[in-house]
Design a protein around this ligand. Sequence first.
Ligand code: ADP
Ligand code: MG
Length: 648
Amino acid sequence: MTVPDDCHEQQFLKNANAHLQALIQAIPDMVYFKDVHGRYGMVNRAMETVSGIAAGRLAGMTSEDHLPPDAAARCRESDRIALEGNRPVQTEEYIDIPGGTRRHFDIVKSPIRDAAGDLLGLVAVCRDITERKNIEDALRRSEKFNRDILESVDEAFIVIDRDFRIISANKAYLDQVKRPLREVIGKACFAVSHGSTASCHEQGEPCAVLETFATGEPRTALHTHRDREQDPVYVEIKSYPLKDGEGRTVAAIEIINNISEKKRLEEQLRHAQKMEAVGQLAGGIAHDFNNILTAIIGYGSLLKSGLAPDDPLRHDAVQILDAAERAANLTRGLLTFSRKQPICPAAVNVNEIIGNTERLLRRVIGEDVEIRFQPTCGELAVMADVSHFEQVLMNLATNAKDAMPNGGRITISTASVHLGPGFIRTYGYGKQGDYARITVADTGAGMDSRTKLKIFEPFFTTKARGKGTGLGLSIVYGIVKQHSGFIVCDSLPGAGTRFDIYLPLVQGRAAPPLSPGVIAPGGGTETILLVEDDAAVRKLIRNILERNGYGVIDAGDGEEAVERFRENSDRVQLLLLDFIMPKKNGNEVIAAIGQIRPGLPAIFLSGYTADYVARYNTSPYRAAFLAKPVSPPQLLRKVRDVLDESRA
Ligand code: ADP
Ligand code: MG
């Protein structure tokens, strides 16, 4: 049986149409046609299911008829782009479903033309990608969370591949190397971290990352880098392995910690401890030395005063006394450094003291160096020993002058400042509060950081032999410490030097500075009980007192002293006693004697400071104080004063 051709074709077309229908219906994505006005034509089953509208009803509707207004507007816009163009357009759109969920769609819209090329409308294939989107969002959120953690840590952090190339870096690292991320990714870690062309291990530095790749284990190493000023930067490097599914180390996480600040504070602490130890040692020696000098100066003086003015031996005695005086100066310096030199602090105005030393300083500094005073307005009251304070200014000015052999300028200025936690953090010492700041700055040679570290140590000098003793700044240091203050030195080679001294401000008005009294010797006829364990010193003092008319009963230790007093209690008018003695110390002697005769005047004679004695003097009444080594006129003056006072 034969079938006519046109019938065959009709059959074929009918079948083709049915095939096409079946195909479109079978596609799980939504498929719909729209005419040039945006009206739906044919839609598939998926479209019916998702929109919840039957195909028959959808036909002729527009997006506006079934979508929320914002979604409809977005849809119309992508329709427009598809219709105006010549090729398929891919967009992602979303629809907010009432109830708070959002559905995402991946849509491809293609224009359709008839055989003549006229635009008929568009066909859209629309896939629901909500699940994928949700997973992506969750991933992105988790990535951001992880990233935020790393960015919030202020430890520098990079990930390095096996070729030592950086594949990730956090903000702290970028801040540390001062570069943006794009200049870091893909670069060798050693090139970025320390601007070097070779790896650290090739330059002899231990490399934690190399070891982590070799062993698959975490590693730590310490590196020393140099910053732009060539100062050392100490970094601690920790490296952790990043492994793949098979346990192979594919990358290393490197954490770089700048520990320079920690190192610096440790260094400062060590330095302070060293200064303390040196101070103890120097102070101990100086203290014993003082006793010896007391004997030398005392006997030397007696010797000299016993010789006629024209006696040829007189010259020798003078030489002995001169040398001993120099030795005593040195000892005093050491005692000051170790804070064992007595001070007599009073409330004084810093500006006034500086003003008073101006003439003296000008004389010391000479013509070539200009000296300027820039005090703050108003009064800066501190508790200070004026003569010690002047010594500080003298020593600093002398050093400044030495640093300016070809002339220059010294500026001495003052200010009232508040020291907060920032100061303590920076310098590793200090105490919060209000301070008078005294600044001595020069325009001299300056010094490098190595020198700066040592300047306060006794006997440290960079000056030629015979030019410097190395004690100037040690004395300054000791005095400032003894005044509960701080000293900071700022200096760079060629850029001058600046010393800032901070002394605690006190409330209230400063007293006018006292001019040191002229010490005039005097004698007497009273009886004095002398207690001193050092036989040479005891004999000397006895000698001086007796030559000036006093009666002396002496004792070599505390117990003997109490015994002697019992025997002579009606005669003794003054106690002159060492503070630290075997058997009974000065306190105990005074306490025992005080029970027999309350109120008997006493003078402590000690190589320790007045502070020290005052702190340990627990007896109910205050004894006067005389520091060793004591010259005969000083001794006589004090004895006379105390006796006269007790009578008044
Ligand atoms: P001396 O002056 O006897 O050397 P110091 O203790 O006064 O001892 O000073 C110690 C060292 O500190 C000096 O030798 C010098 O190297 C350095 N120094 C102190 N003050 C200054 C300054 N103003 N400028 C440069 N260097 C200084
Ligand atoms: Mg000096």
